[in-house]
Design a protein around this ligand. Sequence first.
Ligand code: FNR
Length: 338
Amino acid sequence: MSKLFTPVTIQNLTLKNRIAMSPMCMYSCEDEDGKITDFHMSHYVSRAVGQVGLIMTEATAVLPEGRISPQDLGLWDDGQISGLSVLNEQLHSYGAKTGIQLAHAGRKAVLDEDIFAPSAIPFDKDAKKPNEMTEADIRKTIAAFGKSASRAKQADFDLIEIHAAHGYLINEFLSPLSNKRSDMYGGNAENRYRFLKEIIQTVKKVWDGPLFVRISADEYHQDGNSQEDMIYFAKEMKKDGVHLIDCSSGGVVHAKIAVFPGYQVRRCEQIKHETDIPTGAVGLITNGLQAEEILQNERADLVFVGRALLKNPYWAKAAADELQEEITAPRQYERGWK
Ligand code: FNR
């Protein structure tokens, strides 16, 4: 039996396999209302039919000013719950478990309205200058993560992932490249972690299910967070009750990144072993054998698959064939999947 297709239990949640659909923004909401559309239904449900164990939604904004674009999914309003409940009902009916990635774009928001960041430093020369967040802005944003988590529960998600990667708001607080604050949210690693810590604490007041955090484990910049900083954050997250760290990289500033199969797995493996916390690997994991190698060598506990699942909603079936595994087909496909 392959490890990829061996069920795994994280906190109280059992996934039928270790394949997670990586969160991917589809920029497909209509009328700037942050609600799911027919496209989202087809997009996510087809991957559940394709036997992905964990379907993670795209980055879902906790506040309107936290969207990357006006077409982003949102969960800042109760009116956004019912569409997601219907989605969850469908995904669950195919045996998938579901996660929502809660996010705030920070200085990377491309919106007409005011945008916010730890410090008033634009992402690049073409980006809008963000407002430096006041303590009141910080409190409002932390509370918004809590309220969205509570709505996620009402919408029947099995898991929440906090998006602290790719140079979006939480990552901007974590990184010395974007956080130049002199109050208790800036300065040393403990202070830069405080914003994420308070978000985790606030989410956990309303959410007792599995909690993941996605981080950028490498900033590819000499003045960015070091590996020691990353290990420190990971250890703090473990103490704060995070169940899995989803290890991505980059995005805080423009940087040259050497991209090759499994290019982020090294960092993931290091965090897993030095922190003793379950991790998820992501980044150019494109076939079953590669996924199996990562799991068997205990470099990660889950594999997140992004673009390969955009190319092929039946990626799990292809991986199972490679690993000579028989997996359950949706009833209607049984004759084809033999
Ligand atoms: C992404 N990615 C991403 N990551 C994230 O944490 N939240 C998101 O909403 C998005 N949105 C997104 C959209 C699209 C179209 C792509 C291709 C990617 C990053 C993604 O989850 C994944 O980490 C990377 O694509 C690397 O994995 P793959 O694609 O090589 O398997």
